[in-house]
Design a protein around this ligand. Structure first.
Ligand SMILES: Cc1cc2nc3c(=O)[nH]c(=O)nc-3n(C[C@H](O)[C@H](O)[C@H](O)COP(=O)(O)OP(=O)(O)OC[C@H]3O[C@@H](n4cnc5c(N)ncnc54)[C@H](O)[C@@H]3O)c2cc1C
Length: 395
């Protein structure tokens, strides 16, 4: 049977960054991915990277293309009642910038660099299962090209996202699950059109939230608030452009560019955290352990942050026989995870139209308006927003 030190399940941002950082520490690992390389390199998801995510990738030599092709951002625009309000987060939070770079491009870079450094990565690994995680000799089993495969490990990293198998390998009753389905969903649209803005826009509108995100000079990403389980068939392209134009409209006559829709889907929103993020020799990282509503663009950044903590902790245990950082892994990560949950939840409730069936809706709308007005009027409130949006130090 093949052997390694760390078996990593999942080649998303968490698993791939973990693999690179472990290799930097001289710790051997193997990555198993259920999908094909072509699939994961094309899967459209996040695109906004915090300064510290970029700094980590840079420091490890993983950011060459990101630096060349990513767009540096220093502020964000919030629209309310047809007015624009810019929050200059870089100026408000010590010069820290953010970078727009599509998640699938980052994943493609990390895979290319991993294979180039001789790293092991098995694509199309079917029916991955975890065994013996409560003992000293965990094992991963899977099927590839019709053959049964086995890998003996010392540790397993569950980096296989919300729908993966790792979390389910933990015996019932061990993990405390915190989960809240939010009464909001987004129609996510990828369109072949140049952006109509230089900075990301979040618009609060009586008909629902609209977002104009950025991807590249020729491709833009948009979001429209809808209700969970609203079928995408109810969103023909004409309706999408009409709703975007209305919800993003400003009093100063800003114009939206339209173009062919490349992809569209409806995404539900949830807050989800499991505690602890570890059991025996299994350590969960990224979406396998937590999901934040996408409003604050934090999911990918949290995944990379977990990977960093886990790589250092595993290296301490393996290279220096120091078990303390690994024992503290969950507590270390959860402090940041809960801060980000709180911010993402706060921002979600701030910029969405409140559901009609919400008790005390009118009162809550007045409170929402009061919060927005305070945010736009107070430099202290903007600074608080800025440090959370950019990624607050110390968490
Ligand atoms: C539709 C969508 C849109 C999103 N938009 C945004 C956004 O705009 N901003 C933002 O910040 N975040 C966004 N997110 C969240 C962000 O993309 C995730 O937080 C991020 O991908 C987490 O990285 P990860 O490595 O933990 O998990 P993933 O990226 O999910 O990676 C997990 C990997 O594990 C693999 N896998 C799953 N099951 C198995 C298995 N059984 N065996 C082997 N491999 C397996 C998967 O194929 C995948 O490659 C979005 C997510 C989704 C689904």
């Amino acid at each position: 049977m093949a052997r390694t030190c760390v078996g990593i399940v999942g080649a998303g941002p968490a698993g791939l960054v973990l693999a690179h950082l472990l290799a930097d520490h001289g710790v051997e690992c193997v990555v198993l991915e259920q999908k094909s390389r072509a699939y994961v390199e094309k899967r459209v998801r996040a695109g906004l990277l915090e300064h510290r995510t970029v700094a980590l990738l840079d420091e490890r030599g993983l950011a060459e293309r990101l630096r060349a092709e990513g767009q540096v951002h220093r502020g964000v625009e919030l629209r309310f009642a047809g007015e624009r309000h810019r929050i200059p987060y870089t100026e408000l939070y010590g010069g820290r910038e953010m970078v727009v770079y599509a998640q699938q491009e980052l994943v493609a870079d990390l895979i290319g660099l991993w294979l180039a450094r001789g790293g092991e990565l098995a694509f199309e690994a079917e029916d991955v299962s975890l065994h013996g995680i409560d003992g000293e000799r965990p094992e991963l089993r899977w099927r590839a090209a019709g053959r049964d495969e086995r890998l003996a490990c010392e540790f397993v990293a569950g980096c296989d996202g919300y729908h993966g198998v790792s979390r389910g390998a933990v015996p019932d009753g061990v993990l405390r699950v915190h989960e809240l389905a939010l009464p909001f969903a987004w129609v996510g649209v990828l369109a072949a059109v140049a952006p109509s803005t230089e900075e990301i826009i979040y618009a609060h509108h009586a008909d629902g939230f609209a977002g104009h995100m950025l991807r590249s000079a020729a491709v833009s990403r948009f979001y429209l608030q809808t209700t969970p389980d609203d079928p995408i068939e109810r969103w023909p392209d004409g309706r999408i452009w009409e709703e975007l134009a209305r919800r993003l409209a400003t009093r100063d006559g800003w114009k939206l560019r339209e173009g062919p829709v490349l992809e569209k889907n409806v995404t539900d929103m949830r807050s989800f955290v499991v505690e602890p993020m570890q059991f025996g020799r299994l350590f969960l990282a990224g979406d396998a352990a937590h999901i934040v509503p996408p409003t604050g663009a934090k999911g990918l950044n949290l995944a990379v942050a977990d990977a960093r903590v886990l790589a250092d902790a595993l290296a301490a245990r393996v290279r220096r026989n120091d078990p303390a950082p690994l024992e503290a892994y969950s507590a270390t990560c959860l402090r940041r995870v809960w801060r980000v949950q709180e911010f993402s939840s706060w921002m979600t409730w701030l910029i969405h139209r409140l559901p009609a069936e919400l008790p005390d809706r009118e009162l809550r709308e007045r409170l929402q308006r009061a919060q927005l007005e305070y945010l736009f009027a107070s430099r202290a409130a903007m600074a608080s927003f800025a440090e959370n949006y950019v990624g607050i130090e110390g968490f």
